[in-house]
Design a protein around this ligand. Structure first.
Ligand code: DNO
Length: 390
C-alpha cells in the first residue's frame, strides 16, 4: 500500500514539509474552495497539484469530489450537475489524478455526538452516543414524527436524557452533529451559517418520499453517466461507506453492509466503479464482518481508510486506537498487501493526544494522534511485508 495523508490545502497547519518528515508518500486532498456543483478547472487543479509536487509529494487521491444533493435525490438540476461533474473528472484525468473518492450520503456525511470523549488513558476519542443522536433528531430536528424510527428502549433513554440537556448542551450538540463535522469536508453546513437547524431541515425536505430503492437508482444513473469518462481517462471512482452504516434522520442510506456494496458493484459492473474500503465506518456497525467484506470485494477496492471502532452495548461506538477495536488492521493489511495493485491507504482519524486539541482545526484530524496511528500502521505493513517476503 502507498502511505497517504489527508491534507486540507494551504490553510492546513500540518504542512507538506511535515508530512514528508513522517514518511508520507502521497497526499489525499480536495479543492476546498470550489463550491459544491462548480467545475474544477484545469488551472485550479494544476495549481494544487504543483504545490504538492513542489514539496516532493504526489496528489494520489481526490477526497472528495462532492456529489451535489440534486444528483442524489434526482432533482431537476441533476443532468446539468452531472455534466459539470464529468467535466471536473476530465480535468482531473488530464492532470493525471485518477483515484476519486466520493460518497452518496444524503444531506449529512459522518455523524458523531462527541468530538472529545475522554478515554481512561487521558487521550480523547470521537464517539457516537446513540441516545444523544436520537435526542437531537426527536427533540431538536424532526420532533414527534421522528419517534417512529426508534425502538422503545432507545426512546426511554432519550426521554431520560432530555430534561438533563441545558441550552448550552443543545447548542454544542447542534454544532457537533451538523456544523463542525461537516463544513471542513465540503459538507452542506459550515461554521458561521445562520440557523443551521433550519438549513438542515430544509435539506432533509428534499428527501421526503425518496426511498432506498430511489436512492440506489439515482446512484446507478449517476455512475452510468460518468463511466464513459472514467474509462477514457482511467479514473477509478471509489464510493465511501456510510458512517455510521445505518439510516439516519429518516434518510435512506445505501452503503451500509455487504449486500449494499454488492448491489452497487453489480448495478454498474465496471472496474472503474470501485470502493473506498473505510474500515472505521464499516466496523462501527455490529452487523458488518469487516474482514469478510475486504476479502469479498478486494478486486474492486481502490482506496483504503484504516481505522477501527469498538461497538458498545446499546449501539454506541467509539473510535479505538488503530491497534484495537473490531476491525483487525493486521488481518486487513495482510489482505491488501497481497493484492497486485499498490492501493493508496490513509490512516483515517486519530485520537486526540499530547495537546492536539489546541492545535487541530478539524475533528478527527489531529496531528500527533494520526502520526502515532500512521507509525502503528507502518509497523504492521513492514511486518506483513517481511512475512510475505516482499
Ligand atoms: C470523515 C471522512 C468522510 C469522507 C467522505 C468521503 O472524516 O471519512 O467525510 O471523507 O465521506 O466522501
Amino acid at each position: 500500500m502507498e502511505k497517504t495523508w489527508r491534507w486540507f490545502g494551504s490553510k492546513d497547519r500540518i504542512t507538506l514539509q511535515m508530512l514528508r518528515q513522517i514518511g508520507v508518500e502521497g497526499v489525499v486532498s480536495s479543492l476546498y474552495d470550489v463550491p459544491n456543483g462548480e467545475i474544477w478547472t484545469p488551472e485550479a487543479i494544476n495549481a494544487h497539484k504543483a504545490q504538492i509536487e513542489a514539496a516532493g509529494l504526489k496528489w494520489s487521491v481526490v477526497e472528495s469530489l462532492p456529489v451535489s444533493e440534486a444528483i442524489k435525490y434526482g432533482g431537476q438540476q441533476r443532468n446539468r450537475l452531472i455534466a459539470r461533474y464529468k467535466q471536473s473528472l476530465i480535468n482531473l484525468g488530464e492532470a493525471g489524478i485518477k483515484t476519486v473518492c466520493y460518497n452518496f450520503m444524503p444531506v449529512i456525511d459522518w455523524v458523531r455526538t462527541d468530538l472529545l470523549r475522554p478515554c481512561e488513558d487521558g487521550a480523547y476519542s470521537l464517539y457516537f452516543d446513540k441516545a444523544k443522536y436520537a435526542y437531537f433528531d426527536t427533540y431538536i430536528v424532526r420532533g414527534e414524527s421522528a419517534r417512529q424510527d426508534y425502538d422503545k428502549e432507545l426512546l426511554a433513554r432519550v426521554d431520560a436524557l432530555a430534561p438533563m440537556m441545558t441550552d448550552a448542551d443543545n447548542a454544542q450538540l447542534i454544532d457537533t452533529i451538523i456544523v463542525k463535522t461537516q463544513g471542513f469536508i465540503s459538507g452542506n453546513i459550515k461554521e458561521g451559517d445562520a440557523d443551521p437547524v433550519g438549513l438542515f431541515r430544509e435539506l432533509l425536505s428534499h428527501y421526503d418520499g425518496v426511498t432506498k430503492q430511489d436512492l440506489r437508482e439515482n446512484l446507478r444513473y449517476f455512475l452510468s453517466e460518468i463511466m464513459p469518462v472514467c474509462e477514457e481517462y482511467g479514473i477509478n471512482m471509489c464510493i465511501h461507506p456510510d458512517d455510521p452504516p445505518m439510516p439516519v434522520f429518516g434518510l435512506p442510506r445505501i452503503v451500509c453492509d455487504a449486500e449494499d456494496i454488492a448491489w452497487i458493484l453489480s448495478a454498474v459492473d465496471n472496474p472503474h466503479n470501485g470502493l473506498t474500503f473505510c474500515a472505521g465506518s464499516l466496523s462501527s456497525g455490529a452487523h458488518n464482518d469487516v474482514l469478510e467484506m475486504a476479502e469479498r470485494f478486494a478486486s474492486r477496492i481502490r482506496f483504503v481508510h484504516l481505522r477501527s471502532c469498538e461497538v458498545l452495548p446499546g449501539g454506541d461506538f467509539i473510535e479505538a486506537p488503530h491497534t484495537g477495536g473490531r476491525a483487525d488492521l493486521v488481518a486487513l493489511v495482510q489482505i491488501f498487501e497481497q493484492l497486485e495493485e499498490k492501493l493508496p491507504m490513509r490512516v483515517d482519524h486519530g485520537r486526540t493526544i499530547l495537546s492536539d486539541e489546541q492545535t487541530s482545526d478539524n475533528p478527527g484530524y489531529s496531528f500527533h494522534g494520526r502520526m502515532l496511528a500512521l507509525a502503528q500502521v507502518e509497523g504492521i505493513i513492514t511486518a506483513v511485508r517481511h512475512q510475505l517476503n516482499k
